[in-house]
Design a protein around this ligand. Structure first.
Ligand code: SF4
Ligand code: ZN
Length: 464
């Protein structure tokens, strides 16, 4: 006997993964869209007049996100100006195909599209990186670079916010991973619906409470044009195990995903007072927000350019030692080096977390003036790096500009400058947080076929 829709008299077409309720297609569309609208309004994600970049990979999440952002913006008159923003990692046979999908989405949704590439920003494609480092740590590079690339693209577009397609499953996986690792600092941040508010362009997750299965169903029934092939470099990452565990829990109890998110939110509130968060400064080289002298992207890039690709993998202090960063300010007076915050009287140039030393030179040095002359520049380590880095498209810079070519005095930034930090003079988060955000390809999810308007898993879920 046919099952009726729980909201109208029509025949039900699906069972909602989130609630188990039977719905017809039209009622499913209605509740799905309304729930995302509620998430947006209750968290006050946007203000009228803002410009928003939709991170678009061509996958199901970002395609549904682009569709919904346009739909809800018009339906509820949010007053937003929308852009599509894509990152081209340079993965032949994967990203080149998915970018074709994004380009079709651009036509379908009539939204302007900006594509930033790793090659343009860092001088390396992921294909080249994998040839250098193999298939073990490739996703560390990719995740760190993608995070910054997205921020840089957003700065070029001068947007106020970035929206990403991270869904409830992604957030719940991240909670599980952080609990299993005992990473309390990340646990605090990972359930936030808006991140990157400290100096960076804020990132919003309108799908924070939206189940992945429902996104797939929506895309399937709406016949949206999305790409569903897995990245050719996708490993069996830790996230994949968390995902399998979550799917097992979900099969026993459908509310598990939302329950885990709520638990993560509660844990985040309860640990807040006790956990000391790292002090945010800026990367000495590229000006991005970083709690170390160099941001993670610059360390990884330095390793690649020096033929030491494992440099940025593993313990940060080992990479710092290998890069000579313990001697950053003065290679001749290393023993007295120490960290001071916000020092304005020495060669640390007033940057938070800059390494200063106790040498007489440091005490006499009045900071910026000595740097402009270039004599006695205590960042000799930086200078030598810049030369070498320049041989491979140099350090990260907006639009492919190298830091060395910038007017900010060879990467030693007095003020945030347009060439290296973005036209708005903003700096952004370094790549350290990337583990909190799974990559666009949703590694660990086996997706089959090439471009498609459906998904085999969604079909399975349609059976009553
Ligand atoms: Fe990059 Fe994701 Fe592919 Fe890893 S699986 S290389 S993070 S696109
Ligand atoms: Zn940097």
């Amino acid at each position: 006997m046919p099952v009726s829709c729980g909201l109208c008299e029509k025949r039900a077409m699906l069972k909602r993964p989130k609630t188990g309720g039977a719905l017809c297609k039209e009622c499913f569309f209605k509740v799905f869209e309304e729930e995302v609208h509620q998430t947006i309004t209750s968290a006050s994600l946007f203000k009228r007049g803002e410009t928003v970049a939709i991170a678009a990979s061509g996958g199901k999440d970002s395609t549904v996100l682009a569709h919904l952002m346009k739909l809800l913006n018009e339906r509820h008159n949010y007053g937003l100006t929308l852009f599509l923003l894509s990152v081209d990692e340079g993965i032949t046979g994967y990203r080149d195909d998915s970018l074709e999908t994004v380009k079709r989405n651009q036509q379908q949704y009539e939204l302007p599209l900006k594509v930033v590439s790793y090659k343009e920003l860092y001088g390396w494609t992921m294909d080249e990186i994998v040839r250098q480092i193999g298939l073990k740590n490739n996703c560390t590079f990719c995740g760190v670079f993608r995070r910054q690339a997205l921020d840089r693209g957003a700065m070029m577009l001068r947007v106020d916010k970035i929206v990403t397609g991270h869904n409830a499953d992604d957030v719940a996986e991240t909670v599980i991973m952080n609990v299993l690792r005992g990473d309390i600092a990340r646990l605090q941040r990972c359930t936030a619906i808006v991140t990157g508010t400290e100096g960076a362009i804020p990132r919003c997750k309108p799908f924070k409470y939206t189940y992945e299965k429902e996104i797939v169903m929506y895309a399937y029934f709406k016949k949206l044009d999305y790409f569903s092939t897995e990245c050719i470099y996708s490993p069996n990452a830790y996230r994949g195990h968390a995902r399998t565990y979550l799917k097992d829990l979900e099969s026993i109890r459908s509310t598990s995903i939302i329950d885990i998110i709520h638990s993560g939110e509660c844990m985040s509130v309860s640990v807040k007072k006790d956990v000391k968060m790292p002090t945010q400064g800026t990367c000495d080289r590229c000006g991005y927000i970083s709690s170390n002298e160099l941001c993670k992207a610059c360390v990884l890039l330095e390793g690649l350019n020096k033929g030491l690709p494992k440099l940025g993998i593993g313990k940060p202090h080992k990479a710092r030692m290998a890069l000579g960063l313990a001697n950053t300010t003065n290679t001749s007076t290393t023993s007295g080096s120490q960290r001071k915050e916000g020092c304005r009287s020495c060669s640390c140039r007033g940057r938070q977390n800059a390494v200063v030393n106790d040498s007489p030179e440091c005490k006499k040095d009045n900071g910026l003036s000595s740097l402009s002359k270039g004599d006695g520049d205590p960042t000799s380590t930086d200078s030598s790096m810049k030369k070498e880095v320049g041989s491979k498209s140099s350090t990260v810079g907006v639009g492919g500009d190298s830091v060395a070519a910038c007017s900010c005095n060879g990467g030693v930034q007095k003020e945030p400058c347009a060439d290296t930090v973005g036209a708005k003079g903003q700096s952004v988060l370094c790549g350290k947080d990337d583990e909190n955000t799974p990559c666009a390809c949703k590694k660990g999810k086996r997706q089959v076929g090439t471009r498609t308007t459906g998904d085999s898993r969604a079909m399975l879920d349609l059976d009553f």
